[in-house]
Design a protein around this ligand. Sequence first.
Ligand code: XMP
Length: 305
Amino acid sequence: MVDVETFIPEAKAEIAEAIGDDNAVIALSGGVDSSTAAALAYDAIGDQLTPVYVDTGLMRKGETEQIRETFEYMDSLRIVDATDRFLDELEGVTDPEEKRHAIGEQFIREFETVAREVEAEYLVQGTIYPDRIESEGTIKSHHNVGGLPDVVDFDGIVEPMRDLYKDEVREVARELNLEEIISERMPFPGPGLAVRIIGEVTAEKLDVAREANHVVEEELEEYEPWQALAAVIGKATGVKGDNRVHGWVVAVRSVESRDGMTARAQEIDWETLQRIQSRITGENDTVSRVVYDVTHKPPATIEYE
Ligand code: XMP
């Protein structure tokens, strides 16, 4: 386990030395990694750092407001509302990797615009050790690792947490007094709810996924899962009132893991599962069925796409 009391000053010194009098940008996602990296870098270089949050419309419920609150102390914070542009790019895209690619490309365009405006020479990233391992393999393309530097011509990339595991990042976040909602937050994929929707991403499916993920996060908090999620996986017949309906099927998944490379499906008690089911179907008229995923990783991945 990393010794946070020595890690933090060393990381700040490394950032300050790498960037000097130049400017840097960092992409915020609302997750613990980028938030911690941003907090470290802001402490190190102040407003020479522009933290950029791109609202892709694929984020968790309340994410944008949360970011605004948490980072409002950083005067240089930029929030870009790109919701419509992402939905346009995703229209008709059904293949998982094409989806990731479309999101990654649009993200780069949005990020690049700000990086150019603030004349950033450096990119700070919250990359952690498992990200580097997974992106070396061919399991899935992770758009937030490795994609940005090729496009924007930075003088350098600073990755102060490159050797840390997730639990170590959480230690650092706690030591930096980041709010609990961030330090204890479950990992959330860069492409957001798009990988929790099988097939085309539409505004309707996004609404279902966003609300269902919120319910799952709330209801499963006491189980302290490494990651818990809901995915819109298709349509099935159901009955609402006196009518047969063809509604959305929502899959609920909750896993234990250390680093996301392998995972075990969690055993959840029946009452909790029923409460989740009734909230998801009750809060959204178009959902006809909720199922619980009992598959470990491998053979399944954590996300659905
Ligand atoms: P899988 O689904 O591959 O997920 O078992 C392992 C971990 O990685 C996250 N994940 C992603 N993170 N971009 C990301 O930043 C992605 O494209 C992506 N796909 C999966 C997933 O949420 C889990 O924590």
